[in-house]
Write a protein that binds this ligand. Structure first.
Ligand code: NAP
Length: 291
C-alpha cells in the first residue's frame, strides 16, 4: 500500500480539543454554555446510535446537550411546535432533527421550521443559499469535514481537478460547491447515475470524493496515480465472521485505491468522526454569535 491514511479520528480529536477550549473560554468570558438540542422521532436503530454519539460528543466538549425523543406517532404540527419552542429558547444555540424522519413526515417542512441562526446542520434553504453565494453561514457538517480532511494532505487544490461522485443535497452538491469556491479554487466535475463513463472523469482527477452509498463505486483502476480519495460512504455488508453479522465499508474499494492514491480516508475512521466534530464547531459558533 502506498497511500497515506488520512486519520479522521485524530483530526476529529484535535479539533474537538480546540472546540472544548473555545467552550471554556466562552463560559469564562461571557457566562454562556453552548447548547445543542437533538430531536429524534421514532426508534430507528441507526438513528438512535447517531443521536447517542452526538449527545456524548456534545457533553465531552463541555456543551449543554438536550435530548428530545418523540414517538413516531407524533403529528408533524406537534413536531414543528417543539422546534418552535427551541427556536425561542435562549439556552439552545443549535437544533438538529435526526434524519430520516419516519414515513409520512415532510422533512422539507420540518427542516424549514428550524431558525436559520440555530440550523447547525446547515440544511435550511437560508443556509444553503448563503453557502452558495459565499455569505457567512453554517456550513453543512459532512462537506465541511471533507474540506478539513483534504487540508490534512496539504495538497493545494487551486487549478486542480476534483471529481465528486453523488449529487445529494447533504453531501454531493454542497461538497462540489465548497470545492469550487474561490478560496479552494478546484475545477469540479459532479458525477451521478446519469454519468456515462465515470472513470473517464476520475482518471484525470487530483481529488475524488465518493458519496454514492454503494460499495466499490470507486476502484483503483479508475484513479490517476497520486490522487487523493475521500470516501464518504457507509455501507453494511454481510460478514459471517463478524459478531454483528455485518461489517462497515465505504464506497471505494480501499485496497485497490490505496495502491494508486497518495492519500485516502478509511471507513470507519475517516469522514464519520469529522461530521460530528463540525456539528460541535457550528454549535460553538452559534453560541458565540448569540452573545
Ligand atoms: P444519497 O442521497 O443516496 O445520494 C447518493 C448519490 O450517489 C446520488 O446522487 C446518486 O445518483 C449517486 N449514485 C448512486 N449510485 C451511483 C453510482 N453507481 N454511480 C454514480 N453515482 C451514483 O446518499 P447520501 O446521503 O449523499 O450519502 C452517500 C453515502 O455517504 C451513504 O453511504 C451515506 O451513508 C454516507 N454518508 C456518510 C456520512 C458520514 O458522516 N460518514 C454522512 C452522510 C452520508 P442519482 O442522483 O443519479 O440517483
Amino acid at each position: 500500500m502506498k497511500a497515506q491514511i488520512i486519520d479522521g479520528k485524530k483530526l476529529a480529536a484535535d479539533t474537538r480539543a480546540e472546540i472544548a477550549r473555545g467552550v471554556v473560554e466562552l463560559k469564562e468570558s461571557k457566562g454562556v454554555t453552548p447548547g445543542l438540542a437533538v430531536i429524534l422521532v421514532g426508534d430507528n436503530p441507526a438513528s438512535v446510535s447517531y443521536v447517542t454519539a452526538k449527545e456524548k460528543a456534545c457533553r465531552e466538549a463541555g456543551m449543554l446537550s438536550r435530548e428530545i425523543r418523540l414517538p413516531a406517532t407524533i403529528s408533524e404540527d406537534e413536531l414543528i411546535a417543539e422546534i418552535e419552542k427551541l427556536n425561542a429558547d435562549p439556552l439552545i444555540h443549535g437544533i438538529l432533527v435526526q434524519l430520516p424522519l419516519p414515513k409520512g413526515f415532510s422533512e422539507k417542512r420540518v427542516i424549514d421550521s428550524i431558525a436559520a441562526e440555530k440550523d447547525v446542520d446547515g440544511f435550511t434553504p437560508v443556509n444553503v443559499g448563503k453557502m452558495l453565494i459565499g455569505d457567512d453561514c453554517f456550513l453543512p457538517c459532512t462537506p465541511h469535514g471533507i474540506i478539513k480532511l483534504i487540508e490534512v494532505t496539504r495538497m493545494d487544490l487551486s487549478g486542480k481537478h476534483a471529481v465528486v461522485i453523488g449529487r445529494s443535497n447533504i453531501v454531493g452538491k454542497p461538497v462540489a460547491a465548497l470545492l469550487s469556491r474561490k478560496s479552494v479554487n478546484a475545477t469540479v466535475t459532479m458525477c451521478h447515475t446519469g454519468t456515462k463513463d465515470i472513470s473517464a472523469f476520475t482518471r484525470t482527477a487530483d481529488v475524488v470524493v465518493v458519496a454514492a452509498g454503494r460499495p466499490n463505486t470507486l476502484t483503483g483502476d479508475m484513479l490517476k496515480e497520486g490522487a487523493v480519495v475521500i470516501d464518504v460512504g457507509v455501507n453494511r455488508v454481510p460478514d459471517a465472521n463478524h459478531p454483528k453479522g455485518y461489517r462497515l465499508c465505504g464506497d471505494a474499494d480501499f485496497d485497490s485505491c490505496a495502491e494508486i492514491a497518495s492519500a485516502i480516508t478509511p471507513v470507519p475512521g475517516g469522514v464519520g468522526p469529522m461530521t460530528i466534530t463540525m456539528l460541535l464547531w457550528n454549535t460553538l459558533e452559534s453560541a458565540r454569535k448569540a452573545v
